[in-house]
Design a binder for this molecule. Structure first.
Ligand code: ARG
Length: 293
């Protein structure tokens, strides 16, 4: 299956149906902290690294886990590891392909590379084969940059900051996945899951300015319903890092006023969660879990 390069190809592609993953992997925020800056959100107005309230972070993480369980998904947890303060962002280290395979990421920053083997161990221990990317792929940050379309065997892939085009081409050409590359152009939205959230097979939440013009056009013309989050709101609240658990219940970060109203107007059931401690590292709901089959 190809890398889909034009709108025409995308519209005519015979996608097969895809059953969304029903299991979730989370990493306990045992050693969660902000000790370096690898995205613009990780410093405050004065350029200082923020202070993390560990108790609050754990409380917010537990609330998120409880909400996911309440909505009927099984949550697996791996402990956080000393020296890996960003490991709680469990979307980034891998991508679930099907019930037998996951693809391991190649993290961009030295600081995060050592997180990946803990995910490899988890999957190997659960009978899921963890595949390594070839040498020519230098960067791939898993489900942070690769979003499954709802109910369709189609993968939307962000590239430009944390994932290179080679990775996208590899997923399409070698692994037989139908992928659409989307170019990210604003470093505040360094992962695709910071600027795009697929709610169901027809509906997307996004902030257009995060994408190149060509990518904006592809998204805009493919989805029958596009819900736009204003640039400032998307940047300040990480509103697009929401998660549509089942095409109906949507978990969103607290304080995303425009998004909340728009989702309610479109009849989604909205669950607001406070992830303020995690926003300090540039992450929120979607990237604090890995959905897998
Ligand atoms: N500090 C982490 C980083 O910059 C945050 C990752 C959040 N993950 C995400 N998929 N948006 O790598």
């Amino acid at each position: 299956m190809p890398v889909i390069k034009t709108l025409e190809e995308l519209k005519n592609y015979p996608f097969s149906p895809y059953d969304g993953p029903r299991k979730v992997l989370m990493v306990k925020p045992d050693y969660y902290n902000v000790t370096y800056k690898i995205n613009p959100h990780m410093v405050d107005g004065e350029g200082q690294l923020p202070i993390i309230d560990e108790k609050r972070a754990l409380f917010q993480w537990e609330k998120l886990k409880a909400k996911i369980e309440e909505l009927g998904l099984k949550v697996f947890v791996i402990p956080g590891q000393e020296g890996f303060p960003d490991m709680v962002f469990a979307a980034n280290q891998s991508l679930s392909v099907d019930s037998r395979h996951i693809i391991l990421s190649k993290m961009t920053h030295e600081e995060r590379k050592g997180e990946v083997p803990f995910f490899e161990d988890f999957f190997e221990n659960h009978g899921i084969e963890a595949k390594h990317l070839p040498d020519e792929v230098e960067q791939f940050e898993g489900t942070g940059d690769a979003l499954w379309h709802f109910g369709m065997d189609l993968l939307w892939c962000g590239h430009g900051f944390r994932t290179d085009l080679k990775a996208v081409e590899h997923l399409g050409d070698t692994l037989g996945l139908a992928v659409v590359p989307l170019k990210l152009i604003d470093e505040n939205f360094y992962h695709l899951d910071t600027c795009m959230c697929i709610l169901d097979s027809k509906t997307v939440v996004w902030t257009p300015k995060a994408f190149s013009e060509e990518s904006q056009e592809i998204i805009d013309s493919f989805f029958p319903v596009t819900i736009e989050v204003p640039y400032e709101e998307a940047k300040e609240t990480l509103a697009c890092n929401s998660w549509s658990v089942d095409g109906h219940n949507v978990l969103i970060p607290q304080g995303t006023l425009t998004l909340k109203e728009k989702l309610e107007n479109h009849n989604f059931t909205v669950h607001e969660l406070d992830t303020s401690e995690f926003k300090k590292a540039g992450g929120s709901i979607f990237c604090m879990k890995l959905a897998f089959s």
